[in-house]
Design a protein. Sequence first.
Length: 317
Amino acid sequence: MPSLVGSEMCIRDSINTKGIIKRVSPQKGKLRRITVADEKSEIAVSLWQSMSKLVSEEDVGKWVYLVGAKTRLGINGKLELSLDENGCLRLGALEEGYFVEQKIKDVKEGATVNLRCKILKVFEESKRNIPGFGTRKVKEFIVYDDSGVATVTIWANENEIMPELEEGEIIKLSGAKVRKGPPEVILYTNLSGISKVEDKTLKLLPPVQLKPVKIKDIKENQRNIIVEGLVISTVKRQEFTDEAGNTIEKAEVNVADDTGLIRVVSWRDDCEKIRELKINTPVRVLWVDAKKDQFTGETYVLVTKKTIVERVEMKEA
């Protein structure tokens, strides 16, 4: 069988070839498009009629054998293959060690997944004291692909060095744990589970525009959400004393939109971010986490180190 690229494959009536299925697109009528790769390159394949039903998204990573595939030039000027009922398609075994990737929208809570995605937002590294584990380093960032958005948290030991990540970079997540599934995807990984890669398609993908969440739609455990509304209370300030005798400040304020009201809560140094807010001030609060009050059961949003509070112009009705 000829190679997928190079001088062995050119425009001719039909060819026989083989490769590993790298991507499978959704079925569209009688057509399904797949991408097949060998050790040199990859090629797009259009499967028509009954051929389109022989391959699904679950077959990514398997060998595929194509007999009687027609060659043609695609709209991008690149060589493509087309296979209809006059040809033959056979699936082989999953390639050993093949990296089967998923889309963000397809991940399931509790699963271990592999993703290729683009970085939208990187937050500053922090440290947390975890009972039983000591001090751990934490780095959070938001990623996206052409199907959705996810928050990723990297955990590392105190003596380990976190990767330098930049917005717009393409990364591969290997063996990431899905803490929460769509629509608010939350992933956890470690240092060995992240690497930078090249991907022409993702490189051209423009940044997604994250929209504010309506207050009525805010649910416990949502991460890095945006809330817009009007300040409808004065800032309530309290001080507490911990077991070591240190004074801990707490501040909170109520913010409302056209769907409801929510408390915006801050602690310690983060109180500075909301301390000067006045009644009737329109605000945008970026990168807050939704929590559940253990006493009242009420959902509120927590201001953290990464949170930004902006005063905005009131939108006219």
